[in-house]
Design a protein around this ligand. Structure first.
Ligand code: ADP
Ligand code: TRP
Length: 321
């Protein structure tokens, strides 16, 4: 079984990215052959600054390795290190109905927010489909927000194979983690860079803990029981705490007597401890600058080998060879 996913290099990694994408990706290394890449082509739909792109790619590579990506097991590479993906994207675009792409939320949302869409933004799901299909991926772990892009990918496989032959492209299955499908941000909405409500995973200690202290709560007095429904503190604490500590936290909400300040402090400690081993590993990686380059170079070579095998099959099926 081949598992593939891509992550955009778009700034500081936050808790939503970690539980929505990285942590599941790291666990899946035990379940199949994994292909993980840094989606730098996709990032160009939002970043058009060369220095920033280079820096973000490097930071993401370091973060991913620090979080437990094992380059001996996973094929870890930059999307642009395999430019063949553009050829497959072109071939897929010849079977992509305009109406299908016009329905995509990510594109429609951008337009609704007044962003002038360019062709890359419109074609984004087609390139994403090419990312997946270029490696005969069977499973694609993603957050809920990418579900529609997986549906587009599966649609395109159907259309392509109907024209060029069954089994030419491999039909992927999404893996969408429902339980932690959407991680809440500090204001109770979905955690997202675009809402400015994120909790970074590799932030500085003081400023990050301060962010936690600023979580929005109601005005229940200290001595009274605190609501446990729709509590941002509890939703986040559940991610970092043991079951027993979580149960204690619930009990302390219910019995009253604990102020929100105390409850937030407990959350801040649990958060800090949770990421401690990863923070330590990150420091080791940063201290050895050649390491990341060599990991990505080796990953790119393995990925290109696989891509050329799939492309040869597709070229021959389509009449390009
Ligand atoms: P952002 O919304 O902050 O811009 P991205 O869109 O770059 O985050 O998301 C990168 C990855 O992290 C995607 O796989 C996405 O599904 C996942 N992700 C982002 N935010 C969350 C969240 N709040 N809950 C669960 N997964 C998330
Ligand atoms: N669009 C994805 C995101 O923003 C990143 C991505 C690009 C991806 N290509 C992919 C994810 C292929 C899974 C498979 O999160």
């Amino acid at each position: 079984m081949r598992i593939l996913t891509g992550l955009q290099p778009s700034g500081k990694l936050h808790v939503g990215n970690y539980f929505g994408a990285m942590e599941p990706a790291v666990r899946l290394q035990d379940e199949g052959e994994t292909f993980y890449f840094i989606a730098d082509y996709h990032a160009m739909t939002s970043t058009q600054n060369a220095e920033e792109l280079r820096k973000n790619v490097r930071e993401l590579a370091i973060d991913f390795l620090a979080c437990g990506l094992d380059p001996e097991r996973a094929v870890f590479f930059r999307q642009s290190a395999v430019p063949e993906v553009n050829e497959l994207a072109w071939l897929l675009s010849t079977v992509s109905p305009m109406s299908l792409l016009e329905k995509c939320h990510s594109y429609k949302d951008k337009i609704a927010n007044g962003i002038h869409p360019n062709h890359a933004l419109f074609a984004y799901p087609v390139l994403m489909a090419a990312d997946i299909l270029l490696y005969d991926s069977n499973r694609v772990p993603v957050g809920k927000d990418q579900k529609q892009h997986l549906e587009v990918t599966r649609d395109l496989v159907g259309k392509f194979n109907e024209i060029y032959g069954e089994g030419i492209l491999t039909l992927p299955e999404p893996i969408i983690r429902e339980e932690t499908g959407v991680i809440l941000g500090l204001d109770g909405r979905k955690m997202s860079k675009s809402y400015g409500n994120t909790l970074p995973i590799f932030g500085e200690e003081k400023p990050t803990k301060k962010l936690i202290m600023r979580i929005v709560t109601d005005s229940t007095p200290v001595e009274e029981p605190k609501p446990t429904e729709n509590s941002t503190i509890l939703a986040l604490y559940k991610l970092f705490a043991s079951e027993a500590d979580y149960a204690t936290m619930i009990a302390d909400h219910e019995k009253g007597g604990c102020g929100y300040g105390d409850l937030k402090k407990r959350l801040a400690e649990a958060y800090w401890d949770y990421f401690a081993p990863m923070r330590a590993r990150r420091e080791e990686i940063v201290a050895d600058p050649g390491y990341v380059d060599s990991v990505l170079a080796k990953g790119a070579e393995r990925a290109r080998g696989e891509a050329s095998r799939v492309l040869a099959r597709v070229r021959s099926a389509t009449g390009l060879r």
